[in-house]
Design a protein around this ligand. Structure first.
Ligand code: TRP
Length: 338
């Protein structure tokens, strides 16, 4: 029988800002059910990370607690089982902010300023950049390292941040011994980044101003069909279904979505849809997407009704997370003579 303490640890975090998208689902969430069987899992709702952009985002201040409960219900609908895994809110567990400060002593200004996610935000709005946005990856490092995480479930866009976390852990360990486990991106993470439907050269994002770019997991099914049928394919004069992100970014994106949802390799899908017209291909795809999403939605509405249950899960999760992370934080404080 599997002994829980010998299981590898998986950690993931998602900000409670607005609703989750098909991109989130295909990037990480669709794997959670299987990952949960192999790993001791921590699902963190990163509300402290969400504070960094709270003033800029278009969600209202008081909706934090609502978004958090929405998110727990969605986690459950995607197959996360609170009896096997720990679901908790970052700000309920104080060890995160404490380790964050300690780790900020093990990272250089230059390293943080090379983070592309920060650079992009900085370019858009130089005046309104908080220090917290700059230090964002250090808090991620604290999240991950506190639980002796082996595998992190993140989308490809977070790769640079995870490399930085590895660097911080190595640096700390080389001075103080083997305190931290060096985390890696979970190999079960999907290899495709899902792109915006109308502009398939940029990532599908929940904060996109053009709502035709994004499919939300709680969108009405007819709307989902319409968005997919309207999605940009390509202007390649050669009209066929092939994965080629440079010449056919639109079709490639749709193939990626299909590959994740059907668990079939792209090359198999290319053969299967070889003689399809784009419109028929999109129609077939939209049925598969709607089938997946409608199952999630049914469960979601069931779980979301029972707020007491959701709150109970978070309370219990915070207690477990605190117990475990406290031990690891204690080791850190000890070696630093604090
Ligand atoms: N930065 C992540 C995102 O926006 C969210 C996150 C916060 C996270 N802490 C984490 C992801 C720790 C993985 C591990 O997607």
């Amino acid at each position: 029988m599997l002994n829980i303490t010998t299981q590898d640890v998986m950690f993931t975090g998602i900000q409670p800002t607005g609703l989750l998208t098909l991109g989130n689902y295909c990037g990480t969430m669709c794997n959670w059910k299987t990952i949960q069987k192999k790993y001791q899992c921590f699902f963190c709702i990163a509300d402290l990370h969400a504070l960094t952009t709270r003033n800029h985002d278009n969600y209202i201040k008081n909706s934090f607690s609502t978004s958090i409960l929405d998110m727990v219900a969605l986690y459950l609908s995607c197959g996360v089982n609170p009896n096997d895994s720990t679901i908790f809110v970052q700000s309920h567990v104080y060890t995160h902010s404490q380790l964050y400060w300690i780790l900020s002593n093990f990272i250089y200004f230059g390293e943080l300023s090379r983070m592309t996610q920060f650079k992009k935000k900085f370019l858009v709005d130089k005046k309104n950049i908080n220090l917290s946005l700059f230090c964002y990856p250090v808090l991620m490092a604290a999240d991950i390292l506190l639980y002796r995480t082996d595998g992190v479930s993140v989308g490809l866009d977070q790769k640079q941040h995870i490399e930085l976390v590895q660097k911080i852990a190595h640096r700390f360990n080389s001075k103080y011994g083997n305190i931290f486990v060096i985390p890696h991106i979970l190999k079960e993470s999907k290899k495709y980044k899902i792109m915006a439907l109308q502009e398939p050269t940029k990532k599908m994002s929940k904060s996109d101003k053009n709502f035709n770019n994004t499919i939300f997991l709680l969108d009405n099914l007819d709307l989902i069909r319409a968005k997919l049928l309207r999605s940009l394919t390509d202007s390649d004069p050669v009209y066929y279904i092939k994965y080629d992100i440079y010449n056919k970014p639109g079709i490639s994106n749709l193939l990626s979505i299909l590959s994740v949802l059907t668990n079939k390799n792209i090359s198999i899908l290319e053969c299967e849809f070889k003689n399809y017209r784009y419109y028929d291909f999109k129609k077939q795809l939209s049925e598969i997407v709607c089938d997946t999403i409608s199952k999630i939605q049914k469960l979601y509405f069931k779980f979301r009704k029972d707020e007491d249950y959701l709150i109970h899960i978070l309370k219990f999760g915070a207690k477990t997370a605190l117990d475990i992370s406290k031990k690891n934080l204690y080791n850190v404080l000890q070696v630093l003579d604090l």
